[in-house]
Structures are given as C-alpha cells and as structure tokens.
Design a protein. Structure first.
Length: 182
C-alpha cells in the first residue's frame, strides 16, 4: 500500500485527534475523581509550581515534597512538612471564588527563630503561629482582591482567616474557625 501525501496528513490528523481525546478523557477523569491542582509562586524566592498534589483521596508524596520546598522559610531555608489539608483549603476557596487556584505566597512555613523575630517586631504575629506547624499560609489569589478572598474564605467557616488590608494579603490556616483583621 502506498501512502499519498493527502492520506498521510489524514492519518496524522486521526492520530492527533485520538491523542487529544485521550488527554481530554484523562483530564476529565482527574476532575471527576477530585484531583487537586494548584499553582504557587513564592514572592520572596520566585520559586513557582504548577502541580497536581492530590489524586482522589491520595496525596502525591513527590508533589507534597515540592510544595514543602517552595513554602520553606525564606529567611533560614528551613523546610517543614506542610499540612495537605492547607492545599485543599486553598483550592476550595479558589473554587468558591470562581477562579483557578493560582496563588502568590507571601509566607508559608516559618521556623521558630523567624516567628520569634517577627513576633518581636509586630503584635500581629502570634507567638504560637500555625505557620510553625506547616498549617498556615499568607497569600494573594490571582484575579481576586484580598477583601473578596477573605470574604470567600469566611463564607466557608473553615480554619483561620486573617485579612491584612494594608499589607494586601490573606492568612489562611487549618486551625479552628476564627477570623481577624490586621
């Protein structure tokens, strides 16, 4: 059988279409099973991630390790395990806001030394901050003002929500539900 140029192009189109359909089926299956995809950019280190950290009820260990690196204490370089539920919280609040989960990170994990130094400088920093446990994050959400982000998080009545208007960020954590303004 000889292949004419037209037949070769048609075959390539069929193969490309089948591949695209397969990719779309995989993407739809990931959405259906509740995969967690998040985009994080660290304001201080300029590290960024676009990563699937959860597939269904299964957290992806390599993804959580990459998130731990990105959310390290930028002052000391110290890393700490990050509560995967914090990533779920971020994705859920982005969904409630109607946008993709694309976050700028102002602060993730804080070492006890960094937290103590910040606590000395500001009454707004708790001496027992959940940042030191990998359970808190200070963020901005792409396409959503911080006031709206805080309101969306408050509507979920989940974890801690601190709105810092002057500094233009929102604190979210996986502790008990409470809120404040800084």
């Amino acid at each position: 059988m000889s292949w004419s140029r037209r037949r070769l192009i048609r075959a390539a189109g069929v193969i490309a279409g089948a591949s695209a359909a397969g990719i779309l089926r995989v993407a739809a299956a990931e959405k259906e099973e509740g995969s967690g995809r998040i985009v994080l950019e660290n304001l201080h280190t300029h590290d960024s991630l676009d990563i699937v950290y959860r597939r269904g009820d299964y957290y992806v260990p390599d993804a959580l390790s990459a998130i731990e690196v990105l959310l390290r204490d930028h002052r000391t370089g110290t890393q700490h395990p990050i509560d995967p539920a914090l990533m779920d919280y971020l994705c859920d609040v982005a969904r409630v806001a109607g946008v993709e989960p694309v976050f700028t990170v102002i602060s993730g994990y804080r070492s006890p030394q960094t937290n103590a130094m910040l606590h000395e400088r500001s009454s707004g920093v708790s001496s027992h901050s959940l940042h030191m446990e990998g359970r808190a994050i200070d963020v901005r959400l792409a396409g959503v003002g911080c006031a709206k982000l805080a309101d969306q998080a408050l509507s979920m009545q989940r974890g801690g929500v601190g709105y810092y208007n002057k500094s233009d960020f929102v604190h979210l954590d996986t502790g008990r539900f409470r809120s404040w303004r800084g």
